[in-house]
Design a protein around this ligand. Structure first.
Ligand SMILES: Cc1cc2nc3c(=O)[nH]c(=O)nc-3n(C[C@H](O)[C@H](O)[C@H](O)COP(=O)(O)O)c2cc1C
Length: 403
C-alpha cells in the first residue's frame, strides 16, 4: 500500500518525556506501514525538541498551539478529528495521561482527545515512581475502562539512571499495534453485536440474592473490541463495578429474567450475539417481598432454574452468529462440545474456572475456543483484553466462511 492511500491519517501526540527522541522512529514506522502522520506536540514537548523536526519528517506542519490561526482547517481540533483513523500518544507523560483520564482540555492534544471517536493508543513513558504511583495507576485504569488501548512500558534502564518500570515500549511494538488497530477499525462495520456481561442477581428478598463471582470484565472487553472494529454494540450487563464503553448502547439488568427480556428484545437487531454473562443458574422459587427476619428463616430455600437464554435465542435464530461461554471446573472440552450441540452455537469460549488467578474477577484468562464443528485449540494465558481480540478474530474468520 502506498503512503496515505486507502489508509486513514494517524495523529501522533508527542509529549515532553525524555524518550521523545524515539517519536521520530514512530513517525517513520507508521510511514513505512503506509500511514500518513500528523504530529501534535505539547508546548512542553516543543521545549525539548523543535516541532520543525517532526514537520520535516511527516510532511505536515506540526501542531502545537490550540490558538494559532494559520491552520488550514477552520476549527483545527474538530476538523482534524474527522480525518484521522487513529490517535496515538507516544511518548505519553504522566501529565497527559491524567488529563485524558479526567477530561482536562487545556491544550491542543488534550482538547483533541475529547473530540476524536477513533481508537486511541497510549504508550506511557515515565520514571518508575511516577508510573507506579497509585494516582497514575488509577488514571490508567480509568482510561482502560473507557476503551483506550495501551502499549505498556517496559522494565529496563531509565533516563533517571534507575532500573525499573516506565521505559517507553519499543517503537516497533507501538507501530505494530497502531497499524493493527487501524487495519481493524472497519472489519465489523455495518454489523451489530449484542454482548451480555456480568452476573445476574436472583433475589431471595429485597436485600439478599443468589449470584456468582463474575466481574463482567470479559464481556466488557468483548464489547470494547467490537466497538474498535467498527460494530454497533448493544451491551446488556448485570450489576458490575465497571464503566461501560462510551459508544455502546448500555442496558443494565439485575435478574436472569430481566436479562432474558433485554436480550430477546435486542436479538432481531443483532448480527452477532456474544453471551459472556454468567447468568445465575438458580433463582428463589418464592422470593419474599419483605426482608426475611432471621427468626423466620425457612429451614430450606426452594430454588428453581432460571430461564435458559441461549436456548431461547437459538430457537429464534435467523442468520445470527451465536457465541456462547462455558465456565467449567472439569472436562472442559467435553462440556464445551455438549453445549455447542445442545444450544446450536456457532462458537464457544470455554474456560476452566478452577485455575488459580484466572477467570472470575481476574484480568487474565485461558480459554478453549471451538467452532460449531468442535474444532479449535486452547489459548495461552492472556489478558482478557487480548482474549477479546482472539475471540473476535475467530468470529470474523467464521463470518468470512459463512458469507
Ligand atoms: C528532561 C525532562 C524529561 C522528562 N521526562 C518525563 C517522562 O519521561 N515522563 C513524564 O511523565 N514526565 C517527564 N518529565 C516531566 C514532564 O515534562 C512534565 O510533567 C510536564 O509538565 C508534562 O507536560 P506535557 O504532558 O504537556 O508534555 C520530564 C521533564 C523534563 C524536563
Amino acid at each position: 500500500m502506498g503512503r496515505g492511500e486507502d489508509m486513514a491519517k494517524i495523529a501522533l501526540g508527542v509529549t515532553s518525556s525524555v524518550s521523545i527522541y524515539k517519536a521520530c522512529e514512530i513517525v517513520r514506522g507508521f510511514q513505512k506501514g503506509g500511514g500518513d502522520v500528523q504530529v501534535i506536540m505539547t508546548q512542553n514537548a516543543a521545549k525539548l525538541v523543535s516541532p520543525l523536526l517532526f514537520t520535516s519528517l511527516s510532511g505536515h506542519k506540526t501542531i502545537v498551539d490550540l490558538f494559532e490561526d494559520d491552520h488550514p482547517w477552520s476549527v483545527a481540533h474538530v476538523s482534524l478529528a474527522r480525518e484521522i483513523g487513529l490517535l496515538v500518544a507516544a511518548p505519553a507523560t504522566a501529565n497527559i495521561i491524567a488529563k485524558f483520564a479526567w477530561g482536562v482540555a487545556d491544550d491542543f492534544l488534550s482538547t483533541f482527545y475529547l473530540t476524536v471517536e477513533c481508537p486511541v493508543l497510549v504508550a506511557p513513558a515515565m520514571n518508575e515512581a511516577m508510573y507506579l504511583h497509585p494516582q497514575t495507576q488509577e488514571n490508567l485504569a480509568r482510561l482502560r475502562a473507557r476503551g483506550v488501548e495501551f502499549i505498556d512500558p517496559d522494565k529496563g534502564y531509565l533516563a533517571c539512571k534507575d532500573e525499573g518500570w516506565g521505559r517507553l515500549a519499543a517503537p516497533e511494538r507501538i507501530v505494530g499495534r497502531g497499524l493493527e488497530l487501524l487495519g481493524k477499525t472497519e472489519s465489523l462495520k455495518g454489523k451489530t453485536a449484542l454482548v451480555t456481561a456480568g452476573p445476574t442477581r436472583e433475589f431471595i428478598d429485597p436485600v439478599r440474592f443468589l449470584s456468582n463471582r463474575s466481574s463482567g470484565k470479559m464481556g466488557f472487553e468483548i464489547a470494547r473490541e467490537a466497538l474498535l472494529r467498527g460494530a454497533r454494540v448493544i451491551l446488556v450487563s448485570g450489576p458490575v463495578n465497571l464503566v461501560p464503553p462510551a459508544r455502546a448502547e448500555f442496558i443494565q439488568v439485575q435478574s436472569a429474567e430481566d436479562m432474558e427480556k433485554a436480550v430477546i428484545k435486542a436479538f432481531p437487531k443483532a448480527d452477532i450475539v456474544v453471551m459472556a454473562a454468567a447468568v445465575a443458574d438458580f433463582a428463589a422459587a418464592e422470593p419474599s417481598l419483605r426482608k426475611i427476619k432471621k427468626l423466620d428463616l425457612p429451614e430450606a430455600l426452594k430454588i428453581v432454574p432460571t430461564p435458559d437464554i441461549l436456548k431461547k435465542i437459538a430457537a429464534r435464530k435467523k442468520g445470527q452468529m451465536i457465541v456462547g461461554f462455558a465456565a467449567e471446573t472439569e472436562n472442559l472440552r467435553a462440556h464445551a462440545l455438549r453445549k455447542i450441540k445442545e444450544k446450536n452455537l456457532d462458537l464457544i469460549v470455554a474456560n476452566d474456572v478452577s485455575e488459580e488467578g484466572l477467570g472470575f474477577d481476574s484480568d487474565f484468562n485461558r480459554a478453549l475456543i471451538l467452532n460449531g464443528r468442535g474444532q479449535g485449540r486452547p489459548t495461552d494465558k492472556v489478558s482478557k483484553r487480548e482474549l477479546s481480540r482472539l475471540i473476535w478474530d475467530r468470529i470474523e474468520e467464521s463470518l468470512g466462511k459463512k458469507s
